[in-house]
Design a protein around this ligand. Structure first.
Ligand code: SAM
Length: 236
């Protein structure tokens, strides 16, 4: 991916600041992810760490072995995330990787959840990212795709802010389309919610033989052919 768009965004003082109305959405995301104490979570596209910090606080509650593996291909965003994590004092619960989902080196078979929060339309190769998620998760682990807007509202916002013309955002499938696409790839979808200010699709990695459940059919989720690769792993 050309990270210029997000590098410029990361440099802004208000980088990806949540508006008051969105804070409730973030609380909703955290409560839907619960229980998190002791959980091991991969956070894809962590940006400046707005979700990483509360996630890290939640997984380390009770002093357990919970961890967040936060990854983002944009160096500026990773820098902001590192600062936010340090300021909150949750460094011991976070591994930060400057990498795309597709190129991440997060350890496989160790994670209870893979959370794609406000990142799905920016992925270069959704098939590759989904395959990574499948490998990261323990059998029965949960995949979550969440946004703070419905798909139409998000698409309109990306058009307005120039992400579409910059080539860093493609159409967000509706929650129902995404659910069907995941089912066609062998995931067991357990929740599908979409409203103007809400988007939540949760699915479980099946515990049986994946080959039994996988189909290569299912359209509508597209691909931007601008493959990303991990640059480094920085554990903070
Ligand atoms: C709209 S921002 C959201 C950031 C964060 N999730 C938040 O809500 O504050 C999208 C983020 O996705 C990252 N991103 C873009 N392509 C990605 C990819 N292929 N894999 C992982 N993250 C990606 C961008 O660098 C950016 O930080």
């Amino acid at each position: 991916m050309d990270t210029d768009f997000f590098e410029k965004m990361a440099a802004r003082p208000d980088a990806l600041a949540f508006r008051e109305a969105e804070r409730e959405g973030v609380r909703r995301v955290l409560s839907r992810l619960a229980p998190l104490a002791g959980a091991r979570v991969v956070e894809v596209g962590c940006g400046n760490g707005r979700l990483t910090v509360p996630l890290a606080e939640a997984v380390s509650e009770g002093g357990g072995a919970g961890r967040v593996w936060a990854l983002d291909p944009c160096g500026g965003m990773c820098g902001k995330c590192r600062e936010a994590v340090a300021a909150a004092g949750v460094e011991s619960a976070v591994c930060l990787e400057e990498a795309s989902a597709e190129g991440s080196r997060a350890p496989e078979g160790e994670w209870d959840a893979a959370v794609f929060f406000r990142v799905w339309p920016h992925l270069g190769d959704v098939e590759a990212a989904l395959e990574r998620a499948r490998r990261w998760l323990v059998p029965g682990g949960r995949l979550v795709v969440a946004n703070l807007q419905g798909s139409a509202e998000l698409d309109a916002m990306h058009a307005r802010c120039g992400a579409v013309s910059a080539g860093v955002s493609r159409r967000m499938p509706t929650a129902q389309e995404l659910a069907e696409w995941l089912e066609a790839r062998g995931w067991r979808v357990e929740a599908v919610r979409e409203a103007a200010d809400d988007y939540w699709v949760a699915a479980r990695r099946r515990t049986g033989t994946d080959a039994e459940n996988v189909s290569t059919n299912g359209a509508g989720c597209g691909r931007m052919d601008n493959g990303n690769h991990a640059k480094e792993i920085g554990v903070i």
